[in-house]
Structures are given as structure tokens and as C-alpha cells.
Design a protein around this ligand. Structure first.
Ligand code: E4P
Length: 220
């Protein structure tokens, strides 16, 4: 499977790349804006932080086909191999089809339904990113959407894969992996929650206390 971090925090990517089996980093305009660093300054740093085998994702800002295609070309020229995120709108689907012909790799983003995601895959997107938590927050069922999308791609667009996105809890991410998703992107807080649970720390403290009580030190 492919595990990505959904962040533009270069220092955290460098730190977590030493711990997690990272496949790369995903960004969107809000994530770049939160870091306050101009996109053409932060993308090279992220590119460097994930190493030569890591995959970088960046999203277009334009809403029209010509603008999306032009921004995608600019990303691709600057960072060969980058995956360009395109919102799955009417214009976005057209841009995905155009970019496929140019061999520019795309991800269909802002996916709120399985049918919308299938269209992105059929247009030629390599990845499709369903927004799990945002669907849940609207009163929908994000995991069910992912399950349906996963099944649809397997049946009708096996060249594309689900890159599940938009998480607030590790449980949501785990449910996507159990549904068979091959790729997932986690915000920093969710990635850290997986390891930084109080129960783990207290279990380790108990091991130390028991050892100290028996042997009076912490040496093996
Ligand atoms: C991925 O494509 C999205 O940009 C991202 O995961 C959205 O996450 P959010 O709903 O936490 O903003």
C-alpha cells in the first residue's frame, strides 16, 4: 500500500519520513496556504524531504479547463513525475482527459460520491481521492462511499486506484484500508495519533516500574 502525509510542513515530513514508510506527500491549496510559504518555495522542499522515490502531489487553482491544463503543465515541468490534483467538476473531467493524452499523471480530488469518483477514473485519473470526513460531516457515510468507489474501480476502471483522503480519526483511515484501498493520505495529527496514545506510554511505564521494583535499576 501507499501511505502519504497530507501536509506542507517540511520539518514534520522530514521527521516522520524517518519513522513511517512514507510513499510521499499530498497537498491542496488550503494546506499550502496554512503554511504561508509560497508554493514555488515549499514544493521543492517537500520534493527534497520525501526523497527520490517519493511522490509529490499538488493541486491546480484554476476552475476552467485551459487554466487547469496550463497549471498542470507548469507543475509537471518543474517536478517531473508529480501527480496533479484536479477537482472532479465538469471542467476538471475535461482537463483530466486532456492531461492523460499528454502523459501528465492526475488525481481526481474533491470527490463526494462514488459515481463522481468513477467518472474521474474513466477520464484517466490514476488516483481518485474521496473525502471521507467531509462526507461524514455532511451527515453522509464516507466509509460506505469509499467501499462503493473501491468496488466500482475494481470492476470498471482497474487502472485507477482510490487514494482515500480527509480524515479526522485513525479509525476512518483503517476502515478505508479494510475496504481494500491501496493508498491513503493522513493529516499530521491523525498520523501521530496512531502511535501517540496514552495507553502505549503507560504500558511502557509499567514495564519499567515492574523491572525497577524487582532489580532496582533499568539495566538489562
Ligand atoms: C485530499 O485530496 C484532500 O485535499 C484532503 O485530504 C482534504 O482533507 P480535509 O477534509 O481534512 O481538509
Amino acid at each position: 500500500m501507499e501511505l502519504y502525509l497530507d501536509t506542507a510542513n517540511v520539518a514534520e515530513v522530514e521527521r516522520l519520513a524517518r519513522v513511517y514508510p512514507l510513499a510521499g506527500v499530498t497537498t491542496n491549496p488550503s494546506i499550502i496556504a496554512a503554511g504561508k510559504m509560497p508554493i514555488w518555495d515549499v514544493l521543492p522542499r517537500l520534493r527534497n524531504a520525501i526523497g527520490p522515490d517519493g511522490t509529490l502531489f499538488a493541486q491546480v487553482l484554476s476552475r476552467d479547463v485551459e487554466g487547469m491544463v496550463s497549471e498542470a503543465r507548469r507543475f509537471n515541468n518543474a517536478f517531473p513525475g508529480i501527480v496533479v490534483k484536479i477537482p472532479v467538476t465538469t471542467e476538471g473531467l475535461s482537463a483530466i482527459k486532456r492531461l492523460k493524452k499528454e502523459d501528465i499523471v492526475t488525481l481526481g480530488t474533491a470527490v463526494y460520491s462514488a459515481a463522481q469518483g468513477l467518472l474521474a477514473a474513466l477520464a484517466g485519473a490514476k488516483y481518485v481521492a474521496p473525502y471521507v470526513n467531509r462526507v461524514d460531516a455532511q451527515g453522509g457515510d464516507g466509509i460506505r462511499m469509499v467501499q462503493e468507489l473501491q468496488t466500482l474501480l475494481k470492476l470498471h476502471a482497474p487502472q485507477s486506484k482510490v487514494l482515500a483522503a480527509s480524515f479526522k480519526t485513525p479509525r476512518q483511515a483503517l476502515d478505508c484500508l479494510l475496504a481494500g484501498c491501496e493508498a491513503i493520505t493522513l493529516p499530521l495529527d491523525v498520523a501521530q495519533q496512531i502511535l501517540n496514545t496514552p495507553a502505549v506510554e503507560s504500558a511502557i511505564e509499567k514495564f519499567e516500574q515492574d523491572w525497577k521494583t524487582a532489580f532496582g535499576n533499568l539495566n538489562l
